[in-house]
Design a protein. Structure first.
Length: 372
């Protein structure tokens, strides 16, 4: 019998630290008394929120004293239309992190393991250890690879054993920005054991322009063990409202929905997401701006001898050629918030979100001052 709360908490909890989010602008204002601050730390859309969502918010006349529609009828139909899938493949989430957590609760547990890549999203180990499962971290591709520090899908496949409940793949990956070629991903899915779930996290997929993007409807039909996750926190500019969803076989969606909190997505998030999902113009503008600025920023960093990893996302991760934490701290004093990556096994790298042209220029000027 446990005698202390520490003993009562399961072993997985002891393997975790609380997630450290990108530093909020208000924190830095308070701490350093700075007036003008730019945040390029959390991969938010620098163009803001989809105008269609803002218009929906302004017109909102729902009854906030009532529970939201727990089945998400209207929104599910719009998601279904977006991907040409049936509504029974959809699981609605309070952000896509919610779907990751549901997958962990259904398919992981004590004695099981989750296979993840080195330098991948911090939420995966939290999900796995949170249900007292093990994490099998697979070394990323080497620096001599075509996709330095990208997911090594062959090694991840080889790491799957009889106890592997879930494999988490972020594509493009955060915090590296790297991606797996469409054909390699498909070949991976074809060879994963039928009872191991693959979570394909597509938080940044709208930004990907360099390779074919999967036909999700076809894939979830072909691979009953696949869960694709999407978020409205990144390109749709709705991070504060919290909405994401999973697409999977109806069987898997049914399991996820059995344990989903009945009212996990709030009424405002559903209302705004239903409008944002049709804001094709905003998505196109966001992709266009990101693609151009990402190339410009990568070139500007390269000119300074600071190589960035190949990225198909809305951020760049670059090698500062020294310990990155002091660079991060000095940038804070310049009013520029980026993301240090020591916790991701990249102590010399910083991750910078692609901002508006003027934000990127300010970041580069600050970086030049800091690096002297
Ligand atoms: C930002 C991000 C998410 C999105 O999380 P939400 O809960 O939808 O805000 C999911 N996966 C990855 C890899 C991310 O970087």
């Amino acid at each position: 019998m446990p005698h202390t709360l520490s003993e009562q908490a399961h072993a997985g909890i002891h393997g975790l630290k609380a997630y450290v989010p990108g530093k909020p602008i208000e924190d830095l204002k308070r701490e350093l008394g700075l007036e003008s601050i730019i945040k390029l730390a959390s991969n938010e859309n620098p163009l803001g929120t989809a105008p269609a969502a803002l218009a929906a918010l302004a017109d909102f006349d729902g009854d906030l004293f009532r529970y939201p529609d727990g089945s998400g009828f209207e929104l599910k139909h719009k998601v279904a239309a977006r991907h040409r899938v049936s509504v029974d493949t959809i699981t609605l989430g309070n952000g896509s992190d919610d779907i990751l957590e549901l997958a962990g609760r259904v398919f992981l547990g004590p004695g099981k393991n989750a296979v993840v890549s080195q330098h991948s999203f911090a939420v995966y180990p939290i999900v796995a250890r949170g249900v007292n499962a093990y994490v099998r971290e697979v070394p990323a591709l080497g620096l001599d690879s075509d996709m330095p520090r990208g997911h090594d899908l062959e090694a991840m496949l080889a790491a799957i054993d009889d106890h592997t409940g879930v494999v988490f793949i972020a594509n493009p990956n955060n915090p590296t920005g790297t991606w797996a070629a469409h054909a390699e991903l498909e070949s991976f899915l074809e060879r994963v054991p039928a009872a191991t779930v693959v979570v394909l996290d597509q938080a940044y997929i709208e930004y990907q322009t360099a390779d074919a993007v999967a036909d999700i409807a076809g894939w979830i039909e072909r691979f009953p063990n696949l869960i694709v996750t999407r978020t409205f926190s990144k390109i749709f500019g709705m991070a504060a409202l919290r909405f994401g969803y999973g697409l999977s076989s109806p069987e898997v969606a049914d399991y996820l929905n059995r344990i989903r909190q009945p009212f996990n997505v709030n009424m405002l998030a559903m209302h705004c997401a239903a409008a944002a999902i049709e804001d094709h113009d905003f998505i196109a503008r966001s992709v266009e701006s990101n693609t151009a600025e990402r190339a410009r920023l990568a070139a500007a960093l390269a000119e300074r001898g600071l190589a960035s990893l190949p990225s198909q996302a809305n951020f760049l991760t670059f090698d500062t050629q020294r310990q990155a934490q002091p660079v991060y701290d000095a940038l804070l004093h310049e009013g520029v918030i980026v993301r240090p990556l020591a916790g991701y096994g990249l102590p010399n790298h910083l991750r910078v979100t692609i901002g508006k042209p003027e934000e990127n220029a300010r970041f580069l000027a600050a970086l030049d001052r800091v690096l002297g």
